[in-house]
Design a binder for this molecule. Structure first.
Ligand SMILES: [Zn+2]
Length: 327
């Protein structure tokens, strides 16, 4: 159950926690969705479930210590699928986690008895786009490009979860029947091209054929090969980088088109690391998308970067806390 009224800001501040495989980000978010105070702690995921939950509680308690007004609740965005009972199942990059009832385990560790809502991290970032003050879009596909490729379907302003909470996995739509092997076990998934590690490995495997590429100089300067660096090279006029990203954009557009044709959605919002790569990634994605859409959709389709970038996880999680979360 959740409330979805874009014109009503949060009444009290809420705490949003973005739970990542390497970093935990904490923020106290005001009623108008401004982050009043934020900090990060290392996740230390290798230490196991109890240690990570204790670290999450430590961060929340620190914010509660500093905050003298009442807090509405705590929201957490976590990787992995969250089921109807609020349990997270096998989150990637969290060794030792199987099925963990996060809110239930966290509650006794907090200084105050606050409501705790838990949701998948891509869903949380999508919620920020759908429900923060000023949001006007009620139906869209959200995709986040990071280590993995996450997604969420927003329908009538709310997260569309599917039967068991796992809907929206656009990263695992297949764009090539016998394509690259994906971490999920299937072939040709969007993530097997657009996921950060896959994209980087693909670029690395092609780079040796382009000795003129600016990327060689950038790497010799100690920079790390990653999607953002490829975009920097493209922006600096490197033809290899530009063509490589354009191909990635075409693949992205093909995956998005399948989802939008299926769902009759007319808007895609892209978040994550390289969502700002407008010229070399988003524009080719737009062209590829339009070329593959049913005519009924293609006339007014839009693809745009997310309003909230680095802080989407914290703000979305705080909104989740306020609306009471999921299901
Ligand atoms: Zn996959």
């Amino acid at each position: 159950m959740s409330l979805h009224n874009n014109s009503t800001p949060l009444g009290q501040p809420a705490i949003g926690v973005d739970v990542g495989g390497t970093t935990l980000k904490f923020g106290l978010v005001s009623p108008d969705c401004q982050i009043r105070h934020q900090f990060a702690l290392p996740t230390n995921a290798q230490l196991g479930v109890d240690a990570v939950l204790a670290r999450i509680a430590e961060g929340i308690n620190r914010l509660l210590d500093e905050q003298h007004e009442p807090v509405a609740g705590v929201g957490l965005g976590v990787p992995g699928v969250i089921n109807q009972r609020g349990e997270i199942s096998y989150p990637p990059n969290f060794p030792g986690w199987e099925v963990v009832p996060v809110a239930k385990r966290l509650r006794p560790l907090l200084k105050q008895p606050l409501p705790i809502a838990v949701e998948n991290d891509a869903n949380v970032a999508a919620l920020a786009e759908a429900q923060a003050p000023g949001a006007t879009d009620r139906d869209f596909l959200f995709i986040t490009l990071g280590t993995g490729v996450g997604g969420c379907i927003i329908s009538n302003g709310a997260i569309w979860r599917g039967a068991t909470g796992g809907a929206g996995e656009i990263g695992h739509l297949s764009v090539a029947m016998n394509g690259q092997l994906c971490n999920c076990g299937a072939r040709g998934c969007v993530e097997a091209y657009l996921g950060q590690r896959y994209m980087t490995a693909l670029a690395a495997s092609q780079l040796s054929r382009f000795p003129e590429s600016l990327l060689h100089t950038m790497l010799a300067d100690g920079k790390e090969l990653e999607p953002k660096l490829i975009n920097d090279a493209a922006e600096a006029g490197d033809p290899f980088a530009a063509e490589f990203l354009q191909e990635m954009g075409e693949i992205l557009g093909a995956g998005l088109a399948s989802a939008m044709n299926l769902l009759d959605l007319h808007l895609v919002i892209i978040g994550g690391g390289i969502a700002q790569a407008e010229r070399y990634l988003l524009e080719p994605a737009r062209r590829s998308l339009r070329a593959r859409l049913m005519q009924s959709i293609s006339r007014d389709v839009q693809l745009r970067p997310a309003r909230f970038q680095n802080n989407a996880g914290i703000i979305g999680a705080a909104l989740l806390a306020k609306t009471g979360g999921s299901w």
